[in-house]
Ligand binder design. Structure first.
Ligand SMILES: [Zn+2]
Length: 142
């Protein structure tokens, strides 16, 4: 597992994501995850990044609390790309926030639409900015 987690260190940076095989193995090692649903209206598309950055920073704190609570494998899949760097290099070696970076579920081969619908959550493709967005993060627990 530790080996896989270190491989996942680069997972926040497509195209440097793990292989499909590694993603499947990672996901198969968890039996419990928390689905976190974020709804929101976005009046301007450029506001999306500030909002995502704020939420992802809180999610990293949540992951840490769960870890400290005894779930040493707690690992978060962000609700969107991490957005911490204004212009991320896309490379873990040179990213300004490598300790904060986590992959989006899609980067880990998670089919977000099918997964959340299985648990009764709403998710639809939005075509206009006046439509409510549904974003999902996954906190892999144990
Ligand atoms: Zn970065």
């Amino acid at each position: 597992m530790q080996h896989l987690i270190s491989k996942l260190d680069s997972a926040a940076f497509p195209p440097n994501t793990p292989s499909v095989v590694d993603c499947r193995q990672f996901l198969s090692e968890y039996s419990d995850a928390v689905i976190l649903h974020f709804e929101g209206l976005m009046d301007k598309p450029e506001n999306r990044y500030a909002r995502t950055r704020k939420i992802n920073a809180k999610l990293v704190k949540l992951e840490r609390q769960i870890f400290l609570g005894g779930y040493e494998r707690a690992f978060l899949l962000f609700m969107d790309s991490c957005c911490f760097c204004k212009d991320c290099t896309g490379d873990r070696e040179t990213c300004n926030q490598p300790r904060m970076a986590r992959p989006a579920p899609e980067a880990m081969t998670v089919d977000v639409y099918t997964t959340v619908r299985q648990f009764g959550f709403n998710i639809n493709v939005r075509t206009e900015y006046d439509q409510k967005m549904d974003r999902y993060a996954f906190l892999m627990v144990a």
